[in-house]
Design a protein around this ligand. Structure first.
Ligand SMILES: *[C@@H]1O[C@H](CO)[C@@H](O)[C@H](O)[C@H]1NC(C)=O
Ligand SMILES: *[C@@H]1O[C@H](CO)[C@@H](O)[C@H](O)[C@H]1NC(C)=O
Length: 312
């Protein structure tokens, strides 16, 4: 057979685009989970009413736990907290750039006033090396909000996704968008976030990040394609993603060397700023609510079955 150079390059790019993810780069299991994260204990960069505590304190206070089949990452729900509620912010020791991130979650923080949980990835020197928000929401939210945050010169067009395009410019100081809004996509399903997610036993979030796009799928527990949790996950065949971040954006120069982060903060720049319009008690401030109603936060926890990161 004789190929022209042009048809060979078409074949090569087709093969690359369809490649299964066969190389397991990192596998976070109940047995190794907490050894693979740093516990960030500084002030919350998003101005939350939170105290991020270290691993030993979190363990002794029952805020983190290793179970047989999963790990528990929660918050203090027993004590009043006049100076901010105890919680943790876990940042992966490993760094990632491109690949497939598969998170199997049994439970996430419920849709609860004052809370602001996130599962996300972050480069250094924000926003120049980018941020990818995979699971995020505040207060009584019932639908997941996904977003990218970048330096100037990255926008998306909303094509090919099942989610709703909320804002198209990923630049954190874009004209005509709220400061640090970034480009955002919202899931239409109430099973995608918070209490609705927990009511169906959670599910799997899969994020495919390559040179051309960043795509996110959410699979409810009863609809996880067979190969998602196999050793060779293959996004071709997973159907329409909920989020497709693609358009006018050079992914390789905007998203560099990311950590993976789980955190639960309270109030602050998002949950606190929208408190008055969120359906939460307006008779008190967000901080007062978080300080004085510890029992509201019994469902404010991540329960993580597994987290795997593959490269192709
Ligand atoms: C911002 O909005 C104004 C008024 O609608 C419009 O004229 C302008 O082009 C917009 N700028 C950007 C960067 O979208
Ligand atoms: C969105 O961007 C992608 C990638 O650049 C392109 O293939 C697609 O045609 C665009 N869709 C629209 C509606 O502009």
């Amino acid at each position: 057979m004789k190929f022209s150079t042009a048809s060979i390059s078409v074949i090569i790019s087709a093969v690359v685009a369809d490649a299964a993810y066969t190389v397991l780069q990192e596998s976070y299991t109940p047995a190794n989970f907490f050894s693979k994260f740093d516990f960030y204990t500084g002030a919350d960069p998003t101005n939350g009413f939170v105290k991020y505590i270290d691993q030993a304190s979190a363990q002794s206070q029952g805020i983190i736990k290793t179970n047989t089949d999963n790990v528990y990452v929660g918050v203090d729900y027993t004590n009043s907290a006049p100076n901010g509620r105890n919680s943790v912010r876990l940042e992966s020791k490993a760094r990632f750039q491109r690949g497939l991130i598969v998170l199997d979650l049994a439970h996430m923080p419920g849709s609860i006033c004052g809370t602001w949980p996130a599962f996300w990835t972050l480069g250094d020197n924000w926003p120049n090396n980018g941020e990818i928000d995979i699971i995020e929401g505040v207060n009584l939210n019932t639908q997941n909000a996904m977003a990218l945050h970048t330096s100037d010169g990255c926008s998306i067009n909303g094509s090919g996704q099942s989610g709703t395009l909320i804002s198209n410019n990923c630049y954190v100081y874009a004209a005509n968008q709220s400061t640090n809004q970034g480009c955002g996509i919202q899931d239409t399903r109430t099973s995608s976030y918070g209490t609705g997610f927990n009511n169906i036993g959670g599910g799997v979030y899969a994020t495919e990040w390559n040179s051309d796009f960043i795509k996110i799928w959410f699979f409810p527990r009863n609809a996880i394609p067979a190969n998602v949790l196999s050793t060779t996950p293959e996004p071709t065949g997973w159907g329409t993603p909920v989020a497709v971040f693609q358009g006018s954006c050079d992914i390789n120069s905007k998203f560099i060397s990311h950590k993976i982060i789980f955190d639960i903060t309270f109030c602050g720049d998002w949950a606190g700023n929208v408190w008055g319009s969120s359906g939460c008690p307006t008779s008190m401030t967000c901080n007062d609510y978080v300080a004085n109603t510890p029992a509201a936060f019994t469902q404010t926890y991540w329960q993580i079955n597994s987290l795997k990161v593959y490269s192709s």
